[in-house]
Design a protein around this ligand. Structure first.
Ligand code: NAD
Length: 317
């Protein structure tokens, strides 16, 4: 099949593109490098440098005629969305609609939408949280991801566009941005390997930090392959299925890095959830997917990747 991965120069999208290529598919990428990196683009994939919200995006779909669109392009930081909700809406709603219109116009057969189980549910009391719990989004990012899911349902009913939504927990692994405002594993690893002290953001009544549900990027890739092959529809949580406090995550990363640094403490940022723990049983029953990489193993692989990159960057030419 020919698969168009939007956001394929980014952290997760580039791994998904690798996964599709490995499964024998033809892969095309659309990305404007807002937060992506051209070095992430697999050599065997064709890259179109284009904004998903721009009229020119339609030309990519018109000429490439993909069978499947995997929609990873997004503004992906909750903090940025709280600071600039208009920017988030332009990319995460306007861009999505532009992509969906092209899919309908040019007969795309299947649409895989990426949403956020780590954001859209808000601080609901039901934990682990299943897809049946009504989301209570607390940030513009979460509001726009949920709106995107609802548009997808409209396009399915109105135009017959077959679609599925993957609601990721906190995805981590090689290539994640170490200098961004999201992606705590990469940020911790980056700072510890540079000998700096990371900050643990916390609410006053939770000194050990908020809880998050981490999933290693290779597991997210497998979920994408399953979602593409199946005809299942609706939303699926894709996460590790275990809540981990930021303080405990810090200790695990510190052990893997072999450092002994005291972290700084900072206040929770606007839109930060207190707790996140996702029920992944729907994905297990309907997609035959469950997470396989344990947190210590995933952290060890991530640290090894960043160490290797660091020594390549400092090696004499
Ligand atoms: N990282 C996580 O833990 C996580 C959790 C839940 C959901 N997600 C979602 O997964 C997807 C990928 O996230 P990521 O962590 O890989 O982030 P990322 O920033 O590495 O990737 C996003 C990619 O989209 C591209 N992009 C942004 N705006 C664009 C535009 N207007 N036109 C074309 N390309 C554009 C960026 O250049 C980048 O390559 C996003 O939809 C994000 O919301 C991520």
């Amino acid at each position: 099949m020919k698969i168009l991965v939007t956001g394929g120069a980014g952290f997760i999208g580039s791994h998904v593109a690798d996964g599709y290529l490995g499964a024998g598919h033809d892969v095309v990428i659309a990305d404007n490098l807002l937060s992506g990196n051209i070095d992430n683009v697999p050599a065997d994939a064709r890259l179109h440098l284009v904004d998903i919200a721009a009229p020119e995006f339609d030309l990519v779909v018109a000429t490439e005629r993909p069978d499947v669109v995997s929609h990873h392009a997004a503004q992906m930081s909750v903090t940025v969305s709280a600071r600039d909700p208009g920017l988030d809406a332009r990319i995460n709603c306007g861009g999505l609609l532009n992509v969906l219109q092209s899919c309908v116009r040019h007969g795309v057969g299947r649409f895989v939408m990426i949403s956020s189980g780590g954001a859209i549910y808000g601080d609901v009391p039901q934990r682990p949280t299943s897809e049946d719990v009504a989301p209570q989004p607390l940030s513009p990012y979460a509001i726009h991801k949920l709106t995107g899911e609802r548009y997808l349902e409209f396009y399915r009913q109105e135009f017959g566009l077959s679609s599925i939504t993957l609601r990721y927990g906190n995805v981590y692994g090689p290539r994640q941005d170490q200098h961004g405002e999201a992606g705590v594993v990469a940020i911790f690893v980056g700072k510890l390997l540079r000998g700096e002290s990371p900050t643990i953001f916390a609410y006053p009544d939770q000194p050990a930090g908020m809880s998050r549900d981490y999933v290693y990027v290779a597991d997210a890739v497998r979920a994408n392959l399953r979602a593409t092959e199946s005809d299942a529809t609706g939303a699926f949580n894709i996460a590790g299925g275990t809540p981990v406090r930021t303080g405990d995550l810090f200790r695990a990363v510190q052990a893997a890095c072999g450092t002994n640094v005291t972290p700084a403490a900072g206040p929770a940022r606007p839109g930060d959830l207190k707790e996140n723990w996702l029920d992944v049983s729907r994905a297990e029953h309907l997609l035959g997917w469950r997470p396989e990489v344990s947190l210590p193993d995933g952290i060890a692989r991530t640290v090894a990747h960043f160490r290797e990159r660091q020594s390549a960057a400092t090696a004499p030419a």
